[in-house]
Ligand binder design. Structure first.
Ligand code: KIV
Ligand code: ZN
Length: 511
């Protein structure tokens, strides 16, 4: 059996389907470059038929990525497949991933199609996709609740039609490892020509078993796993890439395969995705959580000091944890700044953007003696937000907070370039700031989430704030970073408002 396990990353497609995680083209490009550095085999860059903007982002990624295959999702219909085929056209290696639901409940209630019609649509879709590329993947959505005989039939037909990867999704996160492994084994045994294709698994985490189910499928013969950085994805998320990769690497004795992932790029990828999407990583998350390699108890510390392997099965540095690296300081010039950004894979598309980022860097270096890689990532994200969606901008903020007194905020913003001032009281300085902002913008949005994370350590670190707002069935995340967390909060709130004001008409592939 093939001992290569292919990693198919869907952070930019299924990950982006998480509430508020939608990304701009530039943000997607930054993540795609990091995924390429990480060594993923396939980058699912989006769903081209969702909107012209989505197709453009896939096209831009296809133009700039050389080492990974770039893929677009497409429902099994002509319009979607043609949009996907055009979007991946510039790719050195491109794939179309087409899918249709195969469970009785999805066929009857969602598609309103008979099983025969579903098989016919799948065959047509694969044949059309093959006109654009030899690299075609077919998925049977909701395979977990599909009849196994029907799955065998449709997979046999799409292999005949030219599909080269067959993906078996647990769309609703319903399976358990023993059953999922058994399903994969039966499919590989029963489908004619199963040895001509790569079998793939795509698991959701609704019962917390996405990684366990994916690994059970690998043990049964799957050689592609679809996963996301930090397990981002619809509802409870997808299988997390870092856990899959480190499980197969650490337990080589159990898994008869390995990936080509450069594991030292895992933590940088995790931090980048978290900062762009505004989804913080829980401290006790395996591999990429801040505590994943911290030994709190005295007994463990003693053991690790005497002999590391007493309590550690992996090395922190192997997955990319390193002491925060001093990058630049107050005296660093524009050239050093530009070179460092390039090293971090950050490409600013104009001199103007570079000048603005450099000015922000100088401001930050005045407040904070040491500037780390993470500070630069946050700074560039912050600049990007300000440039992209600039209806509202923060001009100044003054907050008074004193024991026994009601916190009060006074601020000035620009709305389409026009200055407006406001003030507000609140239960704390952040609450007062948000009340002041609302009094002038009157968005009426609901605040669903407010979180602060320190970007590096120390009390002079920048705080990165995420604000999630909901209005008229749209959910958006806003981010802001600053050494003053109240200022970071105001920026994050305005960033979310700016996103709410950007009208986005996008189709969801599975609805
Ligand atoms: O979860 C799912 O079934 C999907 C398919 C589109 C592969 O994301
Ligand atoms: Zn999915």
């Amino acid at each position: 059996m093939n001992d290569r396990l292919y990693i198919f990353d869907t952070t930019l497609r299924d990950g982006e389907q998480s509430p508020g995680a939608s990304m701009t083209k530039e943000e997607k490009l930054r993540i795609a470059r990091q995924l390429e550095k990480l060594g993923v085999d396939v980058i699912e860059a989006g769903f081209a038929a969702a909107s012209p903007g989505d197709a453009e982002a896939i096209h831009a990624i296809a133009e700039s990525i050389c080492e990974s295959t770039v893929c677009s999702l497409a429902r099994a219909n002509e319009r979607d497949i043609r949009a996907a085929g055009e979007a991946i056209r510039p790719a050195k290696s491109g794939r179309i991933h087409t899918f249709i639901a195969t469970s009785p409940i999805h066929m009857e209630k969602k598609l309103r199609m008979q099983p025969d019609q579903v098989v016919e649509a799948a065959i047509k879709a694969v044949k059309l996709a093959r006109e654009y590329t030899d690299n075609v993947e077919f998925s049977a959505e909701d395979a977990v609740r599909s009849d196994i005989d029907f799955l065998c039939r449709i997979f046999e037909e799409v292999i005949k039609a030219g599909a080269r990867t067959i993906n078996v999704p647990d769309t609703v996160g319903y399976s358990i490892p023993a059953l999922w492994g058994e399903r994969m084994k039966q499919l590989i045994e029963r489908v004619p020509n199963s040895d001509k294709v790569i079998w793939s698994t795509h698991c959701h985490n609704d019962l917390g078993m996405a990684v366990a189910n994916s690994l059970a499928a690998v043990m049964a013969g799957a050689r592609q796993v679809e996963c996301t950085i930090n397990g981002l994805g619809e509802r409870a998320g997808n299988a997390s890439l870092e856990e899959i990769v480190m499980a197969v690497r650490t337990r080589k004795d159990v898994f008869a395969c390995d990936t080509r992932i450069d594991t030292t790029q895992i933590v940088p990828a995790s931090k980048l995705v978290s900062s762009i999407t505004g989804y913080p990583v829980q401290p006790n998350k395996a591999i990429v959580g801040a505590n994943a390699f911290a030994h709190e108890s005295g007994i463990h510390q003693d053991g690790v000091i005497k002999h590391r392997e007493t309590y550690e099965i992996m090395r922190a540095e192997d997955v990319g944890w390193k002491a925060n690296r001093l990058t630049l300081g107050k005296l660093s010039g524009r050239n050093a700044f530009k070179t460092k950004l390039a090293e971090l894979g950050i490409v600013l598309d104009s001199e103007e953007a570079l000048n603005a980022a450099f000015a922000r860097f100088k401001e930050l270096a005045d407040k904070k003696r040491e500037i780390f890689d993470e500070d630069l990532q946050a700074l560039v994200s912050d600049e990007g937000y300000a440039a992209e969606h600039e209806r509202f901008k923060l001009v100044s903020l003054k907050v008074c907070s004193e024991t026994g007194e009601t916190p009060h905020a006074r601020l000035v913003i620009t709305d389409e370039g026009q200055e407006k001032s406001a003030q507000g009281n609140g239960s704390g300085p952040v609450d007062a700031t948000f009340k002041a902002l609302e009094s002038v913008v009157n968005s009426g949005a609901d605040l669903l989430l407010y979180s602060v994370n320190n970007i590096t350590s120390g009390t002079d670190a920048q705080g990165e704030v995420t604000v999630r707002l909901a209005k008229d069935s749209r959910i958006v995340n806003g981010q802001g970073a600053d050494t003053d967390i109240v200022v970071a909060s105001a920026k994050a709130y305005l960033h979310a408002l700016n996103k709410l004001h950007t009208k986005l008409e996008r189709a969801h592939p599975q609805v």
